[in-house]
Design a protein around this ligand. Structure first.
Ligand code: F6R
Length: 612
């Protein structure tokens, strides 16, 4: 996600801010900016640049041309509005008094914006962040207290955020606040700092304070005070950071993949939050109108690799919920098979990068044939996002590890939401049932967290099977889609030959490959198919297979068949993929680690496949 650095002290701020931002480059970004105040003159300067941080560094002569000893800086990874200088942070109130940088997503920004517009505010950017700065400005004008204005704004904002804030009227201070987005406060010999991540301030200090949700920090050059929402001061203990610089970049995780696996509760929450308003799915912001949805008679979903696996899971969910026929295709097949696209249909292109050559070609083909395209894309402003008629952004944040995890999980959420809205428009899902599904969706982040908290069992099992030559993943229906993704995770990073089969298909040939101790993973989240898949597991067990069973809590009878069982929490069966995939991501990850492989950069693979 985006990065934040802040500094107030005795030294020139801009070089410290830029050095801190450069340590956050690994997180991915598309623009950057700083705001510095000259405490002697009260002058405040904002400098921004689109693209690489290098441009900002050159624009400011390594920061030397920006005079002042306090400031805030930001690297932006676009979520609301394209990557541009105008949308880059810091953002300012109209009178330039309040300046703010923000990480996270403000879910109710549209609603807040409308209220501010009624009070005479105008907006120059497409960002949710500008709404936050203007909301603080609004309360500041009423209360003349920086602390009260930040606290009041926080009570009105829904979503996740970490803020760095400065007030021109309030020299010698910077402020920080957070909810569900990381932020730390540091104390060095010559000043105090804020950082969205340890590497941002590690060059300056190892002494940090952790600011909790719904707390505000007030920093001067030699003091830090913390406050709760009632503006009562809170005492905090300083903590010594012991990480080396490389570990710090990965947030203390050994690999980006493990970090990204652990970011899934947040990524899923943000994606739900972006499209659920007042207990209903709302696509008005992306211009996907109910009248358009009502006319859809067929859906084609196209993607590559994991995105195609999302397409398969979505097919099961969509057909079951909406009764609309769904065809799915691998993009490189779709583009060359001259597909027959019926009238009143919609083509959905799923892509994390938004630049995958085959997926982009599939999009262009659909448009040539006169069919509307919905892009489900993670990277804002990417080709697929720009060329789609409508774009449902996923809010995974930048994904660095080549093997996708959090982007896949957010794509699933986007497709569930699409299915729910389509079902409602088609009159097949009542408001009440939709609200129940939303309640289930909202429980997914905590349930994913619960699976992550139990990861040691998978780690142990992975170390046992790290030397396997072949693996098979079996499932029916949605469990087949999960198996395909679990198998891909395994083969791409562990280099173990692995295949996923629709469980009933194995006996038509592939079962001859089962030998003594071949690992077979059975996925059984769908209660109507449970007995059928158990029978298939028994078939392979009697041919010597070693069985891992992956099912939901309560199905303890699986232990009569499986040699090793993994349970995930129960959810609405349509959403089971979101939970069952987590242990399989962990399994692939830990096998790769046990084999000592380069987890984040597996051989022969690229993060964004821009060639056919
Ligand atoms: C697998 C993986 C790939 C991508 C595929 C599509 O872990 O990451 O299979 O899913 O290359 O990429 P995007 O989603 O960028 O179009």
């Amino acid at each position: 996600m985006c990065g934040i650095v802040g500094y107030i002290g005795e030294q020139q701020a801009a070089p410290i801010l830029l050095a801190g931002l450069s340590k956050l480059e690994y997180r991915g970004y598309d623009s950057a900016g700083i705001c510095v105040r000259d405490e002697s003159t009260g002058n405040v300067e904002v400098v921004k640049a689109k693209g690489r941080l290098r441009t900002l560094i050159e624009k400011t002569d390594d920061g030397h041309s920006v005079i002042g000893t306090s400031g805030i800086g930001h690297t932006r990874w676009a979520t609301h509005g394209e990557p541009s200088e105008n949308n880059a942070h810091p953002h300012c109130s109209d009178d330039k008094n309040v300046v703010l940088v923000h990480n996270g997503i403000i879910e109710n920004f549209q609603e807040l914006k409308e209220k501010l517009v009624k009070r005479g505010y105008t907006f120059y950017s497409e960002t949710d962040t500008e709404v936050a700065v203007k909301l603080i400005d609004y309360y500041y004008k009423k209360t003349e207290s920086p602390l009260t204005s930040i606290a009041t704004a926080m009570l009105h904002i829904r979503g996740s955020y970490a803020f760095g804030v400065m007030f021109k009227d309030c020299p010698n201070k910077i402020f920080a606040a957070r909810k569900d987005s990381p932020l730390i406060i540091g104390k060095s010999e010559h000043g105090t700092l804020i950082g969205s991540d340890v590497p941002a301030i590690l060059d300056q200090t190892r002494n940090v304070y952790y600011i909790d949700n719904m707390e505000i920090a007030e920093l001067t050059k030699d003091e830090i005070h913390f406050f709760n929402m009632d503006e009562d001061e809170i005492e905090k203990e300083v903590v010594q950071i012991k990480w080396d610089a490389e570990a710090a970049e990965k947030g203390g995780y050994e690999h980006f993949m493990l970090k990204e696996i652990h970011e899934q509760p947040r990524a899923v929450q943000d994606t739900i939050g972006a499209y659920v308003k007042d207990n209903a799915v709302d696509f008005s912001e992306i211009g996907l109108k109910d009248e358009e949805l009502a006319n859809i008679e067929r859906v084609y979903i196209v993607g590559c690799g994991s995105a195609y696996h999302v397409a398969m899971a979505a097919k099961y969910v969509l057909e079951d919920m909406t009764q609309v026929p769904v065809e799915i295709d691998i993009a490189s097949e779709f583009r060359y098979r001259n597909p027959i696209l019926v009238k009143n249909s919609l083509v959905v292109i799923i892509s994390q990068s938004g630049e995958t050559a085959d997926s982009l070609a599939a999009l262009r083909l659909a448009k040539e044939k006169g069919v509307a395209v919905l892009g489900v894309v993670n990277v804002v402003g990417s080709s697929i996002a720009r060329e789609s008629d409508h774009t449902l952004y996923t809010y995974a944040g930048p994904e660095i590890s080549v093997a996708t995890t959090k982007a896949y999980s957010t794509q699933l959420i986007a497709m569930y939401l699409f299915a729910m809205r389509l079902a409602q428009v088609k009159g097949l899902l009542s408001e009440e049932d939709c609200a129940k599904m939303i309640a289930e969706l909202n429980e997914l982040p905590a349930k994913i967290q619960k699976i992550l908290d139990d990861k040691e069992r998978i780690q142990w099992f992975a170390s046992k099977y790290a030397n396997a030559k072949d693996m098979f993943f079996l499932g029916r229906g949605l469990d087949y889609a999960i198996s395909l993704e679990g198998s891909l995770k395994m083969k791409e990073i562990s280099y173990i030959h692995s295949e996923a089969y629709a469980a009933g298909e194995l006996k038509h040939g592939t079962i001859s490959l089962i030998e003594d101790n071949t690992l077979v993973v059975g996925v059984l989240t769908q209660s109507n198919l449970y007995e059928k898949t158990i029978s298939n597991m028994v078939e392979v067990k009697s041919r010597g297979a070693y069985l891992m069973g992956l099912t939901t809590y309560g199905n303890y009878g699986i232990e009569d068949t499986a040699d090793f069982s993994v349970y995930v929490p129960k959810t609405d069966p349509h959403f089971a993929t979101s939970l069952a995939i987590i242990p399989l991501q962990l399994l692939g990850y830990y096998v790769s680690v046990a084999k000592g492989l380069d987890v984040d950069k597996p051989r022969n693979l690229a993060k964004s496949v821009t060639v056919e």
